[in-house]
Design a protein around this ligand. Structure first.
Ligand code: SIN
Length: 332
């Protein structure tokens, strides 16, 4: 029997969108992750209509300032996404999230979920108690994306703009319009509740189908957060007067992978590079991302360290490498 997919699931993780300040004119001295996701939704007139009149279901996955995002929350979030995506009654998922690490969570979900329905992250730069909060409009816009004809894949919506998980980056610490999609430009815009696409919806298939959250059309097996032995992947920065000391210490401490945020076209300070080569020889997986916010690293023949060539930047490259190492463990 065909079931009409009407339900929109809203998963709350905290962030400024759920933040409160003592003074309504204070947009920086607030505490993130205070208001529950159900309460956030109840405060927005017209939200049910924006969700196409279907049922709105909320779940509080976490209540954190996203600077404190961790792998256990990612696991819980992806497990719940996988369960809801497999439910034929669910039309799409909206996730409320802090802006600071939204791009990392979006990329993680992009890599692990079979998102044949839309998974829409949204956020706010101003707390829920602000005189003029941006969260309510962002939530309305996220609903428009979650219910748009043909929508699928993991995307982010903020300030009326729709970004793909691969491209989205936070580029401003304060401005309400704090996100950018770099050279690709945004996926589209939300205008008076209507989505106008500039490009096709992103691919839905997971890049790591062997991981437990990625099975098409079925809920993942019960898998408590403690069960995943996350590979440890850290980021180091190549900068003027860099040394290799931190890399030697991390390697001695048992790190599984290292991403270097390199200068320009993937170049690394000689002292740091020597230490990264030592770490690689000792079995640490190393990837090179550029510090430059635009463009892609063009690899050179004979490069001793592997460059990330998609233009992901260091924080998303860290997520990719961690999942690559995790998937390799699942293959064994
Ligand atoms: C956070 O990322 O949780 C705090 C900052 C924000 O959401 O803008």
């Amino acid at each position: 029997m065909q079931v009409a997919a009407q339900k929109i699931v809203v998963l709350g993780t905290g962030g400024t969108i759920a933040g409160t300040a003592g003074d309504a004119s204070d947009n920086i001295g607030y505490t993130a992750g205070q208001v529950g996701v159900q309460q956030l939704l109840e405060a927005i007139p017209g939200l049910a209509k924006a969700a196409g009149g279907g049922e709105l279901v909320t779940e509080q996955i976490a209540q954190v300032d996203s600077k404190d995002m961790d792998h256990a929350i990612w696991q819980r979030l992806s497990e719940r996404c996988a369960v809801h995506l497999a439910d034929p009654e669910v039309r799409g998922i909206v996730i409320t999230h802090g802006t600071d690490t939204l791009e990392e969570t979006a990329w993680f979900l992009r890599l692990v979920l079979d998102a044949r329905k839309p998974v829409v992250l949204t956020c706010a730069m101003r707390p829920a108690t602000a005189l003029s909060p941006d969260g309510p409009q962002n939530l309305l816009d996220a609903m428009a994306v979650a219910t748009a004809e043909g929508a699928h894949g993991v995307v982010a919506v903020a300030a009326g703009t729709v970004h793909g998980a691969e491209q989205v980056r936070k580029v401003h610490p304060y401005r309400v319009d704090a996100f950018d999609s770099g050279e690709s430009g945004p996926l589209g815009w939300v205008e008076e509740g209507q989505v106008r696409l500039a490009r096709d919806w992103p691919a839905a298939e997971p890049l790591y189908p062997q991981l437990p959250w990625s099975r098409a059309g079925e809920a993942p097996p019960a898998n408590p957060a403690s069960a995943v032995d996350w590979p440890r992947v850290d980021i180091v920065l190549s900068h003027a007067a860099a040394s290799g000391r931190v890399v030697d210490l991390l390697a001695a401490d048992g790190v599984d992978g290292l991403v270097v945020a390199a200068t320009g076209n993937g170049t690394v300070h000689a002292a740091l590079e020597a230490a990264l080569l030592r770490a690689q020889m000792a079995g640490v997986a190393v990837r090179v991302a550029s510090r430059c916010p635009l463009g892609r690293v063009l690899p050179r023949p004979g490069d001793a360290l592997q460059a990330e060539t998609q233009g992901l930047g260091a924080v998303k490259t860290r997520v990719s490498l961690m999942l690559h190492l995790l998937a390799a463990r699942h293959r064994r």
